[in-house]
Design a protein around this ligand. Structure first.
Ligand SMILES: Cc1ncc(COP(=O)(O)O)c(C=O)c1O
Length: 385
């Protein structure tokens, strides 16, 4: 009965673990949850107020399917301010979160058999979306430093390559790709004629003096090869509002807009008005959040590294600690580790296997400091007992 492609889709492992942990909590169990990929901060008040105003002023009707003109303009201004890239409204579409943007891209660009280079470990949604759209994910397994290089990409490029996923800072590793490599990868895209989907949703979450480089800012010629994906979800702690956006060549954006007009129409009008405020209003909430995460990151990475059998990667971005558990004798692989840790120690983390990172675990430190300390103690007691 079911469509073959759709029936092969597995539910997202991250959402499944979070759901189980939350259910245990509802049943009264004392669980520390490091599973979700979202900041624990509340959405800033000025953004909430803008949404309330939108409701009160009756801005509750359909908007253009591809998003409000004022939000598209706010996105263009944001790209100029934060990323030094010039875009006009025709280069922008607003969708229901970054995930929807990425799905639209896959659907708009891929024909059956087209290839997409997917470096791993990486967010598990990308390859699934490629498959749903009829494309073929071509995996590029990154060695332990988890940094993508142009040489590694070059080895995977074929005549069928449609695009490369470039996610920096990266989910789940927190790796930040060196700007010099981003430049080389962009040159390769020009030479071999493939697109780059630059997912920059974690652009502000950087530590150890790292700086973000938007590939589209390299040159006007390169900009034509880039789809710059972003969302208000992580930067403004607005994961539930579902507003994402992408900027790129106008013909591709037009195709995505046509698709969106037939599939979902506009994203929520109220959330769009809130997103205008997020992008154009005061930006200091981002700095406060990143300052808090910097402190928690240190506690998480130092704490994990002090547990015997665990080796934590020095993530320079995002809000994930990525640690190796191959020397932990109590578990056989990352799935087993995550399941046992939740059942036996009441700590929810995400196994690396679905991200293409077997032997590794993702721990989101976007949680209260006390919870991080409590969770680390439990991981230590469980691992070392
Ligand atoms: C790398 C990456 N890109 C995009 C997204 C999508 O974010 P959203 O759909 O919540 O805007 C996520 C969410 O976890 C992510 O980790």
């Amino acid at each position: 009965m079911l469509n073959k492609t759709i029936s092969a889709i597995k539910p997202s492992a991250t959402l499944a673990i979070s759901a189980k942990a939350k259910q245990m909590k509802r049943q009264g169990k004392d669980v520390v949850i490091f599973a979700a990929g979202e900041p624990d901060f509340d959405t800033p008040d000025n953004i909430k107020d803008a949404a309330v105003r939108a409701i009160e002023e009756g801005k509750t009707k359909y908007t253009p399917a591809s998003g409000l003109p004022e939000l598209k303009q706010a996105v263009c201004d944001k790209f100029k301010r934060d990323n030094d890239v010039d875009y006009i409204q025709e280069n922008v579409i607003i969708s229901n979160g970054g995930k929807h943007v990425l799905s639209n891209i896959a659907r708009a660009l891929l024909d059956p058999g087209d290839e997409v280079i997917v470096p791993q470990p990486i967010w598990l949604t990308y390859p699934v979306q490629v498959q749903i759209a009829g494309g073929r994910p071509i995996y590029l397994q990154l060695p332990d430093g988890f940094k993508l290089t142009a040489d590694a990409v070059a080895e995977k490029v074929t005549e069928k390559t449609k695009y490369l996923i470039l996610n920096t800072p990266c989910n789940p590793t927190g790796a930040v790709i060196d700007p010099s490599e981003i430049r080389k990868i962009a040159e390769l895209a020009l030479e071999k004629d493939f697109m780059i989907v630059a997912d920059e949703v974690y652009e502000h979450f950087l530590y150890d003096g790292k700086k973000h480089l938007s590939a589209a800012s390299i040159s006007e010629e390169v900009r034509e090869k880039i789809l710059t994906v972003n969302a208000v979800s992580k930067s403004y702690s607005m994961t539930g509002w579902r507003i994402g956006y992408v900027a790129g060549p106008a013909d591709i954006i037009k195709a995505m807009s046509n698709l969106q007009s037939q599939e979902t129409s506009n994203p929520c009008s109220i959330a769009q008005h809130a997103a205008v405020e997020a992008l154009t209003g005061p930006q200091d909430s981002i700095r406060k959040m990143v300052d808090a995460f910097r402190e928690r990151r240190k506690i998480a990475i130092d704490g994990l590294n002090s547990i015997s059998g665990i080796r934590c990667y020095n993530s320079e971005g995002a809000f994930y600690a990525w640690f190796n558990i191959q020397d932990v004798s109590k578990a056989k692989g990352s799935m087993d580790f995550a399941e046992k840790l939740l059942d036996q120690a009441g700590v929810a983390v995400i196994p690396g296997a679905p991200f293409g990172g077997e032997g590794w675990i993702r721990l989101s430190y976007a949680s209260a400091k006390e919870d991080i300390e409590k969770g680390l103690e439990r991981i230590r007691d469980w691992t070392e007992s």
